[in-house]
Design a protein around this ligand. Sequence first.
Ligand SMILES: [Zn+2]
Length: 166
Amino acid sequence: MTPRASNNPNFYVDAMLGKIAKKLRLFGFDTMYKTGISDELLVEQALLQNRILVTKDKNLYQRLKRSKILVVLPLRNDEAGILIELLRCCKIRHIDLLPNSYTRCPICNGLLKTINKIRVINEIPHNVFGRIDAAYRCSSCMKVYWNGTHISCINAIIMEINTHLY
Ligand SMILES: [Zn+2]
């Protein structure tokens, strides 16, 4: 179902779009996001790392439009709207529901690995532990995740987004 094996863009998201960066990571896109870096450094890193730059900064967009860097300026302001614009721009036709095999850590962009929940029993709230099948650990920052209500909310957003991709 996923076209991402052949179309797997990496993103560099500007400091104004932190929530978008987290969603892209959860969806499974390798996404850089740093606050407090200059436009020059942002552009340099995006270019060096072959990432699509996502910005809400019209001046920066105008400046880069004719450069070598791929830059997207989402016009909408709502989260789902921005994601739909961006994914359509990149010709992504479908996002797999979470957790999918590409899902990354929303905090640090590390890859998540499925682990037996018994191994992280102390890191999962007692009332949640019995209800979940598996847990996931970020291979980079070691944070533990599981299928909770938060994931259901994001999956509802993904289903909404998928109806607008083609
Ligand atoms: Zn992490």
